[in-house]
Ligand binder design. Structure first.
Ligand code: FAD
Length: 819
């Protein structure tokens, strides 16, 4: 323990405010008993309950309490700190208290919501959670936030309708925006659509002008055909590395006249047209592409150089062009990379790819589009004729626990749209929609649904089991059970359109690794909080917009683009941005670097924050430090402290948690971004688990010192759990979870040697989206603990205690006389 942290603050005067949260907490936890108990805790001079502590009257009571009782530490026992810690920090600072003299006790997500059927046990657990918070609060100290300068430029990744709107809004506010698009043109999926529901506006007619506006805005620089390679830095100061891929056409010289295209002899399938049409080896994917710069596809080009001749004096063709690395510095990043559609090619589901008259809805969008490969004619691939009957099959891949569990949101509406369009163009065509449930829940949607019914579109409730092709006619027999009539039916269609699931776009995982932003269980980017921070990510300064976060229609994506721009502008409009002082600090007296170049802190830091100079103690650059605490746990001389998560504070929490009944408890250390959030979700989802866990929040699992585990066993813990972000790449701090893993593996072996059963120390990798997994894990651990038996746990602890005690005493972490 370093000098900085070992002293308890003189005369703490702690106030505890226990929230009922209506019946969310008070319905399970006996608040009166908890308040009475809080009054008995050391240094607590005031404790009361409030119905809603986060509401105005509750906050007023805190401010008044601080003044009237001269409080210098405040605890709010309520929801998760991930929800309202910033709210209460602000409240206490309004009353003149340093915001870091505030601590939250999570008695809602971690207690009342997770143990709804066990009121007594939940009340006991709530008391102990508060006891742990009080124990930490006695060692809290004042901290000052840091201010870092802000680069007032923004980067948007993804030039679909969401990204374009984010870029336009920020540019209109006067900020320089880099709009990075990996395809040749911005526009995203909206550019591929024919009309848009429920108004039936022409899609490219409304998006095209926005694309052009973005390209003409002097504040927007479109970087198309460009990949994001690396992102470093922090809010207000991101350093980005991009790769501009060669198009073999010099953008500045290309006038977009298209003469090169006319002379090019080579055609290949146009992916943008869903491979239903072709494009030339030198071409743009579609006529309205922005930027209008031609690309030579070297996989198809035969190097006849006819394009060079056609280009003539403009000299825009450059076969020597190489990939170009671009480095940018930006203050904020918005991810708007959209979605993809599921193509059931591999499985051949419903005969897709085997039967030529089975197509996806996106293919239909291109067929029905007047500018599409068939000039707007919906025709069958088998004979080039209009079909007389069209069947839409909904939820292909979506709402399927074996495939994509979620609802893809927009498919019901686009199936209605395309059925209406077919009926309006060719009234004689019979249209059938095979659905599980029709979902038409936004403005104008229900009316649109009625319009489809009035046009004579037929709705059959039932998910088809299979489709068989008639080899002669190439017609398709759809087999299903009509669940309204409760009868099996067979239906012959001439064309089948599959409304396939919207899925995360390729490269989402790789980009999430580059940005250190997590993805949810379905693989889409995960927002910081589903309700209160739907556009933020856990990485400050990085935002989300549009369908990259999950399926969203155009209005929703546009709103999110504008919303993300507003969130980013809060930062970009500030000259400096305050960042939390939860950083590492070195005690120069204890640092071994002076005598022998140790530099373990530097090796363990993914951000290069430690400064190592020969013969001098290490120092940490606070602006570079992200506050994971990994160096603190790795330092062999315990010379580093993580502010607000000091060894002293965590040791006090462990001791408070394990004072009674330790052998029946699971002492858990959970990382803020994943496993703590996962445990929160278990509570929010009301997944019950045994009330045995006493959790300590750390910013990163890399902070979990082996001494925390040792102290837990010395005090008799039944089990210890270290909860981290998923390996290999989900760690919010890049590599903290790896460092922890190595450390815990060594410790596990050592513990086994001194008689502690291996399974009593567990490491689990749980994401913020895995509430169910957290609750299952705790149930399993509780069962394992029961199987080992209290007697054996106690005996093992007794045997190991003197050895552990000596180890900790030698480091000065416990007093020698206790052993
Ligand atoms: P996208 O349109 O997917 O755009 C994302 C962009 O990001 C793309 O340009 C992509 O190339 C780029 N990108 C991806 N990864 C990267 C990366 N790593 N780096 C850089 N760039 C990247 N909605 C409606 O409201 N009305 C309709 O009528 C309608 N019809 C539809 C019909 C069909 C068949 C389908 C499948 C969807 C339909 N939708 C409709 C939904 C609509 O397509 C989406 O709402 C909209 O496209 C979402 O916009 P976005 O910008 O979030 O994503």
């Amino acid at each position: 323990m370093t000098e900085v942290e070992s002293v308890k603050i003189e005369s703490p005067r702690i106030g505890v405010f226990v929230c009922h949260c209506g019946l969310n907490i008070a319905g399970t936890v006996d608040i009166e008993e908890v308040v009475k108990y809080a009054r008995t805790l050391p240094d607590v001079v005031y404790a009361i309950d409030n119905r809603y502590t986060c509401a105005d009257p509750g906050q007023k009571e805190i401010r008044e309490g601080i003044k009237e009782h001269n409080l210098n530490r405040v605890i709010v026992a309520a929801c998760s700190p991930r929800m309202h810690e910033p709210t209460f920090r602000k409240t206490v600072s309004e009353a003149g208290l340093n915001p870091f003299l505030f601590e939250m006790a999570n008695i809602r997500e971690f207690c009342s919501w997770a143990h709804g059927s066990k009121k007594e046990a939940a009340t006991e657990k709530a008391k102990e959670i508060i006891k742990m918070a009080v124990a930490k609060a006695r060692f809290l100290r004042e901290l000052d936030t840091f201010k870092v300068p802000v680069i007032n430029k923004a980067m948007i990744i993804g030039g679909g309708v969401a990204g374009i709107h984010a870029a336009l809004d920020l540019a209109d506010m006067g900020y320089k925006v880099y709009l990075v698009e990996r395809d040749e043109s911005i526009g995203g999926h909206m550019a591929q659509l024919d009309k848009t529901f429920p108004t039936l506006d022409c899609s490219i007619c409304i998006e095209g002008p926005k694309m052009v506006e973005a390209s003409r805005n002097p504040n927007i620089e479109i970087l198309a055909f460009t990949d994001v390679l690396n992102v470093d830095g922090y809010i207000g100061n991101f350093k980005v590395k991009l790769r501009k891929n060669p198009q073999y056409v010099i953008a500045d010289n290309c006038t977009g006249c298209g003469e090169c295209v006319d002379t090019c002899p080579i055609e290949y399938p146009n992916e943008w047209e869903m491979n239903l049409g072709t494009r030339k080896a030198i071409s743009v994917p579609f006529a309205q592409a922005v930027p209008l710069i031609y690309t030579i596809n070297r996989d198809h080009c035969i190097e006849c150089y006819k394009c060079v001749d056609a280009c003539g004096d403009r000299q825009a063709i450059d076969f020597e062009q190489k990939p170009e690395e671009i480095e940018l510095e930006v203050g904020t990043i918005t991810v708007a990379t959209g979605y993809d559609i599921y193509k059931p090619e591999k499985e051949g589901l419903y005969g897709y790819t085997r039967y030529s008259n089975v197509i996806t809805a996106l293919e239909l969008e291109r067929l029905i589009n007047a500018a599409g490969p068939t000039g707007g004619e919906v025709i069958r691939a088998s004979d080039g004729k209009h079909p007389k009957t069209v069947a839409f099959i909904q939820c292909v891949g979506s709402r399927d626990v074996n495939k994509y569990e979620y609802c893809s949101g927009f498919c019901c509406m686009y199936a209605l749209k395309n059925s209406i369009l077919i009926k309006e163009h060719w009234p004689e065509i019979e249209v059938y929609i095979f659905y599980m449930d029709m979902r038409a829940y936004f403005k104008g949607f229900e009316e649109f649904y009625r319009r489809a019914r009035e046009l004579g579109i037929n709705f059959v409730r039932g998910k088809p089991s299979e489709i068989i092709e008639d080899p002669k006619t190439k017609n398709l027999i759809v087999r299903t059970v009509d669940t309204i009539l409760n009868e099996p039916i067979e239906f012959e269609a001439e064309l089948v359109v599959l409304s396939t699931a919207a899925v995360p776009i390729s490269g989402t995982k790789e980009l999430s690794n580059v940005l250190h932003v997590t993805t949810g269980p379905a693989g889409f980017f995960l927002e910081s909080h589903p309700k209160l921070k739907p556009l933020d990510t856990p990485v400050d300064g990085i935002f989300l917009a549009g369908a990259c976060q999950g399926p969203k229609d155009i209005p929703y994506s546009v709103s999110q683009g504008s919303g993300a721009a507003a969130r980013a502008a809060r930062i970009l409009s500030s000259e400096k941005w305050e960042i939390e002082p939860i950083v590492a600090v070195v005690d120069p007296e204890k640092c071994k670097n002076v005598k022998a170049k140790c530099a373990i802190c530097l090796k363990s830091c993914p951000y290069n924050a430690p400064i190592i100079e020969e013969g001098k103690p290490a120092r940490i650059n606070p602006a570079m430090c992200h506050g994971c605490g990994t160096c603190v746990a790795e330092c062999p001389s315990d010379a580093i402290t993580q502010m607000h998560f000091t060894d002293a504070q965590i040791f006090e929490q462990i001791r408070a948690a394990l004072e009674e009944n330790a052998e029946n408890k699971i002492m858990a250390f959970l990382c803020n971004w994943c496993s703590y959030a996962g445990a929160d979700l278990a509570g929010t989802s009301r997944f019950e688990y045994p009330p045995l866990v006493r959790a300590i929040r750390v910013m990163c699992s890399g902070r979990v010192d082996r001494d925390f585990v040792l102290e837990s066993f010395r005090l008799g813990a039944g089990m210890v759990l270290v909860g981290a972000c998923h390996l290999p790449t989900d760690c919010h701090y890049i590599s903290g979870n790896w460092k922890m893993k190595d450390r815990m593996e060594v410790l596990q072996n050592m513990l086994e040697k001194i008689g502690i059963s291996k399974e009593r120390l567990q490491v689990a990798y749980i994401s913020a989206a895995e509430g169910l997994i957290f609750s299952k894990l705790i149930k399993e651990m509780a069962q394992q603990m029961e199987d080992i038996g209290v007697g054996k746990i106690k005996a093992e602890n007794e045997k190991a205690r003197p050895i552990i005690g000596n180890m900790l005493a030698r480091k000065g972490l416990i007093e020698k006389k206790t052993e």
